[in-house]
Design a protein around this ligand. Structure first.
Ligand SMILES: [Zn+2]
Length: 512
């Protein structure tokens, strides 16, 4: 097994205000990064901001500042997501950094040198907000096919990337790497798009100045997408042959929204192939969120602010909802009512309650000291089997980037553990001195289920998991440092350990 893991979010457009979409991608990557660390891998987790392009230039002009000044002011909106959402990224890249200019120009030079980039003339329909050219077929009605806003006719000298040349290589690459594009439905769309024929791609602009200059071609600025995609190499130290590049490239997973899959699954591998660099191992396209059944938009005033959600519900509950509510890859609907319901019924009533009530009984009947697990009866074995299944299910689900399945497996374990406590009736066993051994076994197993659940929740609810871990594994250190496959083995709870008499990790969210 490869012992490194490199995962990236897209770089976020610095001119935007962070919303649920940004939070979603970042939280998903964070869960993957955390789980892979817990599998003992060396993880590099990169996020950052895309700071070039026409929109930044225009906004800066409106505000009377330079584009760089504007970027410096607003980058904090995105950098702040790291502490607010408990994100464990190892790197943050800004495309306005000097190191990034060097990387983009080096990659560009390689394709210039081998003839894959050539000078031509581009004419097409241009959508300014999206910074995308469209063909007559795509925008013949005068509207941008992605955003519906009006397009304008533009013509300019431009460098082109010989994308047409890579059609067969890309199709072969998809065939040889069936997990390169996920989910499967998206993979089929991309293959159909590439099989339908590829036009060479315009990769420079003369119409704007805020970008990375084409090497030795005054007036030409590199196309923002070419610039942006290269961040995944810059983040590791490219074009220097650093330890980071050698260790972590090719990337294991580029996590993206479905709207930008084509850039990552078609253009990016072709740019890399041309430069003699191995393409990434995987791209996963997730779905979009509506808000209370409606499309999220500034004009509707229903944009979900992740900072606001964290302030009201805490990072753990917000993270949990995002990854639990929807089959990852499909679209979902965000609703505060549903968030509160999930947090209260699953986190508070099931997981939090299992831990807190069992600790309470341990305090009452054993002065807080973990007893030995005694003779195993069938119901004990069934719960232990459920614990083992949960570990295996989470491991498989994370391999499949199926967070909803991982969380369903943990909640299932917790549900079973609560039923087990209910069936064992420790309060009744406690009345009979001859049942003392059975009482000890019951509490041991219930606490063990809580311990395994705390561990398996660590990629999703990091703060709460740490609190649970501290309660159940005194001196256990950071749960994030635990090795999941070993620490998650049933029976890891230490007899003789002294545990607190209570631990409330998920207070119920009050609804007015
Ligand atoms: Zn558009």
């Amino acid at each position: 097994m490869r012992d490194t893991y490199y995962i990236t979010t897209p770089i976020y457009y610095v001119n935007d205000v962070p919303h649920i979409g940004h939070a979603y991608t970042t939280v998903a990557c964070d869960a993957m990064a955390r789980w892979n660390r817990m599998k003992g891998k060396r993880v590099y987790f990169l996020t950052g901001t895309d700071e070039h392009g026409e929109k930044v230039q225009k906004t800066a002009a409106q505000k009377g500042v330079t584009p760089r000044q504007l970027a410096d002011q607003v980058v904090a909106n995105f950098q702040g997501l790291t502490p607010a959402l408990e994100i464990s990224n190892t790197g943050f890249i800004r495309t306005t950094e000097r190191r990034h200019y060097a990387a983009v120009q080096e990659l560009f030079r390689k394709s210039l040198a081998n003839g894959d980039i050539y000078l031509g003339e581009y004419e097409g329909w241009y959508c300014v907000p999206d910074e995308a050219y469209w063909t007559d077929l795509q925008a013949g009605d005068g509207k941008c096919p992605t955003c519906g806003r009006p397009v304008e006719r533009r013509k300019e000298p431009s460098y082109f990337f010989r994308l047409s040349k890579y059609q067969d290589r890309l199709l072969r690459f998809y065939e040889e790497n069936p997990r390169f594009i996920r989910p499967e439905s998206r993979r089929n769309e991309v293959i159909a798009f590439v099989a339908g024929g590829l036009n060479d791609l315009s990769v420079s602009r003369t119409s704007l100045t805020w970008g990375i200059p084409v090497p030795d071609a005054p007036g030409h600025v590199i196309y923002v997408w070419y610039d942006a995609l290269t961040n995944y190499l810059t983040g590791l130290g490219y074009p220097e042959t650093t330890d980071g590049v050698r260790t972590f490239w090719p990337a294991d997973l580029h996590m993206v929204g479905k709207d930008i899959l084509r850039f990552h699954a078609v253009y990016w591998p072709a740019f890399l192939m041309s430069a003699g660099i191995e393409p990434p191992k995987g791209v996963f396209a997730h779905g979009w969120w509506t808000v209370e059944g409606q499309k999220m938009s500034k004009s509707l005033g229903n944009v979900v602010d992740p900072y606001d959600m964290v302030k009201r519900y805490g990072a753990d509950a917000f993270r949990y909802f995002l990854l639990r509510e929807v089959s990852f890859g499909l679209d979902g609907d965000f609703s505060e009512k549903e968030l509160i319901k999930r947090a209260n019924t699953e986190l508070a009533d099931k997981l939090g309650n299992l831990l807190n009530r069992t600790l309470g009984m341990l305090g009452k009947y054993f002065q807080g000291t973990v007893p030995e697990a005694g003779v195993q009866e069938p119901e004990d074995a069934a719960l232990a089997a459920c614990g083992r299944e949960a570990l295996a299910a989470v491991d498989q689900a994370m391999e499949d980037v199926a967070f909803h399945k991982a969380l369903a497996a943990v909640i299932d374990l917790v549900t079973r553990a609560n039923e087990y406590v209910q069936a064992m009736q420790p309060w009744a066993l406690a009345k009979d001195p001859e049942k003392r051994g059975r009482l000890g076994t019951a509490l041991y197993n219930a606490l063990e289920a809580a311990r395994v659940a705390a561990l398996l929740m660590a990629p999703f609810t990091p703060a709460a998991s740490q609190k649970m871990w501290d309660a159940l594994v005194p001196g256990g250190g950071a749960v994030a440092d635990a090795k999941a496959l070993e620490a998650g083995r049933w029976g890891g709870l230490a007899p003789g350990a002294s545990l607190p008499k209570a631990c409330i990790v998920f207070p119920k969210i009050e609804t007015a």
